[in-house]
Design a protein around this ligand. Structure first.
Ligand code: NAD
Ligand code: MG
Ligand code: MG
Length: 338
């Protein structure tokens, strides 16, 4: 697999192009600010009533309403929540986008699961940062970046892939590495990663560890530090040098416990369940279930979200973090900015 870096990428494919970023959420905020700082012509497209107009003005970004922004543009990056994209595509992009322009995504969900069937006379590509939007911005301002995946679904101009690479470079991806994939591969691996390991698996592991200690009579404060706070310190070591570096840094006692106990938790049965989760993704079952819940006013999502927000781990965590002001000094998420 070929990994490309800034030196391998020709950003000229994006120069002289008008780029519109739709949405100013987690990814929209990062893409638009990074594109501007890289010297590209970018406009943020928002709903007429959007409260983000103030935030884009404060960030010195051009902004316009959806219909007005799309007409003149060469590249449209669609950064709305996945479940909102099809409606906005149908009503605001499809009628206005010029032939031979490019429609871009940061995740393959809508194209891969046919929620959007794009017009045949436009390029369709993806630039998917492998990290949260706020980190795409914070790493960029520090001079580094988040690795990106690129993929092409439709190429009418013959250079869709080059435009995608140039875009990835402009948002900082070329500093960390850009690899080519397909919409199918990105969608399935992204959903699997967030469900089994990054979000689903990790949150459930942290909560179960916290509950086990608290139910055994240990102080919630202790349990919080042990199972959540320290996780970042351990993951930082893994990020720097893999599991090997983490194991080099921890005590021999911790390493022995790790190597003899870890696989009692993540067992063959856990892996079987992971395979089931992957099968549901591949079969489109997860996508259907999610789209159904969205149509149902997010009934299940809202209920689950509410239950989890009130978990004792969150309550004690808020208290403890207020005693560690350095955590909030340079926050990754600043709700005043986006
Ligand atoms: P988000 O939820 O943070 O932001 C979406 C923005 O769109 C919000 O500002 C919201 O107010 C606005 N919005 C919602 N409905 C709208 C509508 N009907 N019309 C106009 N604006 C509307 O979204 P996000 O998490 O940045 O996700 C955007 C895309 O990026 C998705 O395809 C997602 O899968 C992908 N992605 C996200 C992340 C991430 O870190 N969040 C990482 C990789 C890829
Ligand atoms: Mg995802
Ligand atoms: Mg220890």
């Amino acid at each position: 697999m070929k990994v490309k870096y800034d030196k391998d990428i020709n950003i000229k494919y994006l120069t002289d192009k008008k780029v519109v970023v739709i949405g100013y959420g987690s990814q929209g905020y990062a893409h638009s600010n990074n594109l501007k700082d890289s010297g590209f012509d970018v406009t943020v497209a928002l709903r007429e009533s959007s409260s983000s107009f103030q935030k884009t003005t404060a960030a010195d970004l051009k902004a316009n309403t959806l219909d007005n922004a799309i007409k003149e543009t060469d590249v449209v990056m669609l950064l709305l929540p996945d479940e909102k994209q099809a409606e906005v595509y149908k009503n605001h992009i499809e009628p206005h986008l010029k032939p031979n322009a490019s429609l871009a995504f940061a995740h393959g969900f809508n194209i891969h699961f046919s929620q959007i069937v794009p017009r045949k006379d436009i390029n369709v590509f993806m630039v998917a940062p492998k990290g949260p939007g706020h980190t795409v911005r914070s790493t960029f301002t520090e001079g580094s970046g988040v690795p990106c995946l690129v993929a092409v679904y439709q190429d009418v101009t013959g250079d869709a892939k080059e435009i995608a690479y140039a875009y990835a470079s402009a948002i900082g991806g070329g500093r960390a590495g850009v690899i080519e994939t397909s919409f199918k591969e990105e969608t399935e691996t992204d959903l699997f990663g967030e469900q089994a390991v990054l979000c689903g698996g990790t949150s459930a592991l942290v909560q179960a560890g916290f509950e086990t200690l608290v139910e055994a009579g240990y102080a919630p404060e202790m349990a919080y530090f042990e199972c959540l706070h320290e996780l970042k310190l351990i993951v930082d070591l893994m990020y720097e040098g893999g599991i090997n570096t983490m194991r080099y840094s921890i005590s021999n006692t911790a390493e022995y416990g790790d190597l003899t106990r870890g696989n009692r938790l993540i067992t063959e049965a856990t892996k079987q369940e992971m395979k089931k989760i992957l099968n549901e993704i591949q079969a489109g079952q997860f996508a259907n279930e999610y789209v159904e819940d969205c149509k149902n006013n997010y009934q299940r999502l809202n209920q689950l979200r509410k239950n989890n927000q009130q978990h004792p781990l969150e309550v004690v965590g808020e208290e403890l973090r207020s005693m560690m002001p350095w955590i909030k000094k340079k926050p990754l998420v600043d709700k005043a900015l986006n």
